[in-house]
Design a binder for this molecule. Structure first.
Ligand code: FE2
Length: 191
C-alpha cells in the first residue's frame, strides 16, 4: 500500500549529457524515492492513509506536507520532460504570447525567476483563477496545488537537480531545460 515511485516515460540514458543516467539515478532513484518512502511512513496509521496525494498536500503541514508536495513536484517535472525536442503548439504559443508578449519574453522571465530563486525551490508556470498565466517562485517543497493554482510547467532548481551534470552552474541547466520540455504535455495541462 501507499505511494509508489512512478515509471519514467523515457529511458534514463535518453538525454545524454543534458541529464545523465547518473543524475536520474540520484534525483529520481534516490531523492524522489526518499520522498515517497517518507510520505508512506508518515501517513501509516493516520487519517491521511489511503487519501489521494492532492488531498494530503492540501490538508497536511510540516514534514508530511514537504514530502507529499515533493512527490507531486517531482512526478510533474519528470513527466514533463522529453528527450525529443519539441515546440509549443499554436494553442500554447497564443496563450504564452498573450500573457508574456512573446515566447522569448516568456523564456526570459522564466529564466530570470528560476535563476534568482535563492536557495532551493521550484519555478512554476501556473494558470490563475482568471485564466491568465503567471510565473511564480515556490521555495523548498512548496507547490501551487496547495493554493488551488493549476500547475502547467515547472523547473526544479534544488541543487540536487543539476549538480551532477552542471555543478554549480544553475543558469546553464536552465538554458538547457527549454530543449527538454515535452510541449505536448504542457498543452494537455492547459486544455
Ligand atoms: Fe528535485
Amino acid at each position: 500500500m501507499g505511494f509508489k515511485l512512478i515509471d519514467l516515460p523515457y529511458n534514463k540514458t535518453d538525454f545524454g549529457d543534458a541529464l545523465s543516467a547518473e543524475s536520474f539515478d540520484f534525483h529520481y532513484g534516490k531523492h524522489l524515492q526518499a520522498y515517497v518512502n517518507n510520505t508512506n511512513n508518515l501517513i501509516a496509521g493516520t487519517e491521511f492513509e489511503n487519501m489521494p496525494l492532492i488531498d494530503i498536500i492540501q490538508k497536511s503541514t510540516g514534514g508530511l506536507y514537504n514530502n507529499s508536495a515533493q512527490i507531486f513536484n517531482h512526478e510533474f517535472f519528470f513527466n514533463e520532460l522529453s528527450p525529443k525536442k519539441s515546440d509549443p503548439d499554436k494553442f500554447v504559443t497564443d496563450l504564452l504570447v498573450k500573457s508574456f508578449g512573446s515566447i522569448e519574453k516568456f523564456k526570459e522571465e522564466f529564466s530570470q525567476k528560476a535563476t534568482t530563486l535563492f536557495g532551493s525551490g521550484w519555478c512554476w508556470l501556473v494558470k490563475l483563477n482568471d485564466g491568465s498565466l503567471a510565473i511564480e517562485q515556490y521555495f523548498n517543497a512548496d507547490t501551487p496545488v496547495k493554493y488551488g493554482k493549476k500547475p502547467i510547467l515547472t523547473l526544479d532548481v534544488w541543487e540536487h537537480a543539476y549538480y551532477i551534470d552542471y555543478r554549480n552552474a544553475r543558469p546553464s541547466f536552465i538554458a538547457k531545460f527549454f530543449d527538454l520540455i515535452n510541449w505536448d504535455f504542457v498543452s494537455k495541462q492547459l486544455h
